[in-house]
Design a protein around this ligand. Structure first.
Ligand code: NAD
Ligand code: MG
Length: 303
């Protein structure tokens, strides 16, 4: 197995089953939130492959969870499409984040780092205000950060974990959107990140799956609310994706070797396969799309 899950040209026609690594993988446990740098194979965030076409020229984006996984792939793609970016992540992820900063700057765009814990209301407000100031505006908000820790039995699911999962995945979304909406101009876009878990919850992801279905309802409601302001809001709902979230407790360690194996496409997705959807939903190309949920699931379709 190659050690980097990379494809040189993600736009060339090819067999999607063969495009990226298939199971089995090493168990490679890390502690939460984990680092992409230490994964094997390293996830493909489009570093070598994503090509921009100016679809976000001049745009100003705030992305949470931008250091690794889906957020990193989105940041790379947005920069290559011409956007300046504020990146949020946890302080312990600085090493991953610095790689993303280099890639954004190599694309000729501005990268502003604002690390901090979004499960704190005051930080969410500061993040939006400082991000807006640093970029001289804000017109794309992408909420990608999330917490997922598998627990088999409700008797072992602590109030502390339940609370922290909701704070990170739901309350932060509320706090960040609440602070951002008054600052967003007509044409601005909000993209929130749910999961196949919103529709097909696993028994060991009780708290997480509940937050992910809340994100769908929240975004559909918000989309109707902000439509009159010319702001659109949509959801991306991924299936299993090869990221630190999964190997740092998101799945039981023994499930990692066969992640995605039972799907029609027989492998986990790579972050690079999510980024084009975020670009589409951020850009004016999706001008008539709002309140929608876009599945990227490897063949386990949304209802
Ligand atoms: P990831 O680990 O690369 O990204 C998650 C990020 O969340 C972390 O990098 C971290 O920066 C951020 N985060 C967590 N707690 C935080 C906090 N309190 N404050 C600030 N930031 C915090 O993994 P990923 O898979 O790319 O996850 C991104 C999103 O995709 C999550 O919302 C996740 O639920 C969702 N998702 C992932 C999968 C998957 O299989 N990987 C599937 C469906 C949905
Ligand atoms: Mg990370």
């Amino acid at each position: 197995m190659t050690n980097v899950a990379t494809t040189k040209n993600q736009f060339a026609m090819q067999d999607p089953l063969e495009q990226y690594p298939q199971p089995e993988f090493d168990k490679q446990p890390q502690s939460e939130p984990g680092l992409a740098q230490e994964m094997s194979p390293k996830p493909d965030h489009g570093e070598e492959s994503y090509q921009g076409f100016g679809r976000l020229a001049g745009r100003k984006a705030l992305i949470t969870g931008a250091d690794s996984g889906i957020g990193r792939a989105t940041a790379i793609a947005f920069a290559r499409e011409g956007a300046d970016i504020v990146l949020n992540y946890l302080e312990s992820e600085e090493k991953d984040a610095q790689e993303v900063v280099e890639l954004i700057e190599a694309a000729g765009q501005k990268a502003v780092t604002l690390p901090g814990d979004i499960s704190e209301e005051s930080f969410c407000k500061t993040l939006v205000e400082q991000g807006h100031k640093a970029l001289g505006g804000l017109d794309i908000l992408v909420n990608v950060a999330g917490k997922q820790q598998a627990v088999e039995d409700i008797e072992d699911l602590t109030t502390e974990q339940f609370d922290q999962t909701f704070k990170t995945n739901v309350y932060a979304l509320f706090w960040i959107c609440k602070a951002a909406v008054p600052l967003l101009p007509p044409g601005a876009t909000i993209i929130n990140t749910s999961s196949i878990q919103a529709y097909q919850p696993s028994p060991n992801l009780l708290d997480y799956a509940s937050t992910k279905s809340t994100i769908v309802a929240f975004t559909k409601s918000l989309a109707k609310q902000v439509a009159a302001k010319g702001i659109r809001a949509n959801v991306v709902a991924p299936g299993p994706v090869w990221t630190p979230l999964q190997i740092s407790g998101g799945q039981p360690t023994e499930k990692i070797p066969n992640l995605g194996a039972k799907l029609p496409l027989k492998r986990p997705g790579q972050p690079a396969e999510l980024a084009p959807i975020y670009v589409l939903l951020a850009s004016q190309e999706s001008s008539y799309v709002t309140g929608e949920v876009y599945g990227v699931t490897g063949g386990n379709p949304l209802p």
